[in-house]
Design a protein around this ligand. Structure first.
Ligand code: ZN
Length: 365
C-alpha cells in the first residue's frame, strides 16, 4: 500500500488545487492523469465527472465515488472603490470566512488574491467586536482602489473563489489545509484503484462534481454506470476536541476509517445497506484494518444520490474522520486515509460478481 510520504504528496497536489463547485477542472486534470495510468477506460461525462474503469472477470459493476468540488464563494458585485462582494456556493458559514485570504479564479484562469477583513477592534463598539457580520455585509479586499482597477486585474462578476491555503503537516501523521472535504476521498480512491489486483467485478472509480450543492454529479454518473452496489468515500465529523462530550465525537482521529451506518438528520441522508456494512466489517477484521462504526447526526454524501438512482442501488460510505469541516483548517490523520484505501482495495478484490448482482434484488417466484 502507498506510503505516508507518497500519500501526503498526492493529497497535497489535490488539496492545493482550485476546484470550486461547478469549476472542478484543475482537480479533474490531476485525477485523469493519475487514473489513466491503471484504468482500462477513462471518460469525462457531460457534467464533468471522471469515470475510470478496471474491468473484472465477471459482469458485476461496483462503483466508488469521491467528490472533486470544494465549498466556495462567487463574486456577485464589484463596488466603485474596488471592493468585491460575494455569495456562498455550498455550505460556507460566516465564521469560517472571516480573516481568510482567498483566491479569486478569474475568467482567464489567473488567480487574484484577496482578504476578507472586518472593522478593526479599535473602531468597533464592544458588542460589535463580539459579533459576526452577515455574509452580505462582508467583502473581499483585493488591493484595488476602484472598480476599473479591479476589472483591470481580471476580476469579474461570476468568478469563483476558494480559500488560499496550502496543505501542511502537523507532526508525523496529521495534516491541515483546505478542501480535505473531499480531496482526501479522491486521494483514497486513487490509491485504492492503483493498488487493485484482479477482481471479479468491474470497478468504477468516479470523481464527481457538484456534491456540495446537491450531490449532482453522482446522480448522473450512477445513472450511466448502473452499478450493482456503490461506496462513497467522504470526510465525516470528528469532534474529538475540547469542549465536546465523548458521546458527541461521532468519530475520532487515528482510530481508522469509519464505516457509516447512517447520516442526514434522523436518517434522511443515507441508511447504508446492511449487507455492505457487514461485508466491510468482515473484510476489515480479516485483514486487521482498524475501523470505527459511524452514526452521523447530520450531513450526507454522494452515496445518498446513488442509492436512489434508477430502481435503487445498495450503497454505503467509508468516511475519513476530519476536524473543522468546511473551514480552511480541516485536519485529519494520514493513516486513517491510507487504511481506508486498504479497506476499499481488499473489499473490491473480495467480492464476487454473483454476490454483487444479488444485492440488486432477486426473483422469488
Ligand atoms: Zn464532502
Amino acid at each position: 500500500m502507498i506510503s505516508r510520504e507518497e500519500f501526503f504528496k498526492l493529497l497535497k497536489r489535490l488539496a492545493d488545487a482550485n476546484g470550486p463547485t461547478g469549476r472542478e477542472g484543475s482537480v479533474r486534470d490531476i485525477v485523469v492523469e493519475e487514473l489513466k495510468e491503471v484504468a482500462d477506460e477513462v471518460r469525462i461525462d457531460a457534467l464533468g465527472n471522471v469515470i475510470a474503469v478496471k474491468k473484472g472477470r465477471g459482469s458485476g459493476r461496483f462503483m466508488l465515488a469521491a467528490h472533486m468540488d470544494e465549498i466556495a464563494l462567487i463574486v456577485s458585485y464589484i463596488d466603485e472603490k474596488g471592493f468585491v462582494k460575494f455569495l456562498p456556493v455550498g455550505g460556507v458559514m460566516e465564521r469560517n470566512v472571516v480573516g481568510q485570504r482567498v483566491r479569486i479564479i478569474t475568467r482567464s484562469g489567473k488567480v487574484v488574491r484577496g482578504v476578507i477583513g472586518l472593522k478593526p477592534p479599535h473602531a468597533a463598539k464592544p458588542e460589535e467586536a463580539r459579533q459576526l457580520p452577515e455574509m452580505r455585509e462582508m467583502f473581499i479586499d483585493i488591493g484595488a482602489s476602484s472598480r476599473a482597477e479591479a476589472e483591470a486585474m481580471g476580476v469579474s462578476v461570476g468568478d469563483f473563489i476558494v480559500f488560499d491555503r496550502e496543505l501542511v503537516r502537523l507532526g508525523e501523521k496529521r495534516v491541515t489545509g483546505k478542501a480535505l472535504d473531499d480531496r482526501v476521498g479522491v486521494a483514497v480512491m486513487i490509491a485504492a484503484f492503483k493498488e487493485l489486483g484482479e477482481t471479479d467485478a468491474s470497478i468504477y472509480a468516479v470523481a464527481t462534481v457538484q456534491e456540495e450543492v446537491g450531490l449532482k454529479g453522482a446522480r448522473t454518473a450512477a445513472f450511466s454506470i448502473d452499478p450493482h452496489a456503490a461506496i462513497a468515500i467522504d470526510v465525516t465529523i470528528a469532534q474529538d476536541i475540547p469542549g465536546v462530550e465523548e458521546h458527541e465525537y461521532v468519530t475520532r482521529l487515528g482510530k481508522g476509517p469509519a464505516i457509516k451506518v447512517i447520516d442526514g438528520r434522523k436518517g434522511t441522508g443515507l441508511i447504508s445497506d446492511q449487507r455492505l456494512v457487514d461485508k466491510l466489517i468482515e473484510v476489515a477484521k480479516a485483514k486487521s484494518i482498524p475501523f470505527q462504526v459511524e452514526v452521523a447526526p447530520g450531513g450526507t454524501t454522494d452515496a445518498s444520490a446513488i442509492n436512489l438512482t434508477r430502481e435503487g442501488v445498495p450503497a454505503a460510505t467509508i468516511s475519513i474522520p476530519t476536524r473543522y469541516l468546511h473551514s480552511a483548517v480541516e485536519l485529519l490523520d494520514l493513516d486513517d486515509a491510507i487504511n481506508a484505501a486498504k479497506l476499499l482495495k481488499e473489499f473490491a478484490e473480495s467480492i464476487p460478481s454473483s454476490w454483487l448482482e444479488e444485492l440488486r434484488g432477486k426473483r422469488i417466484k
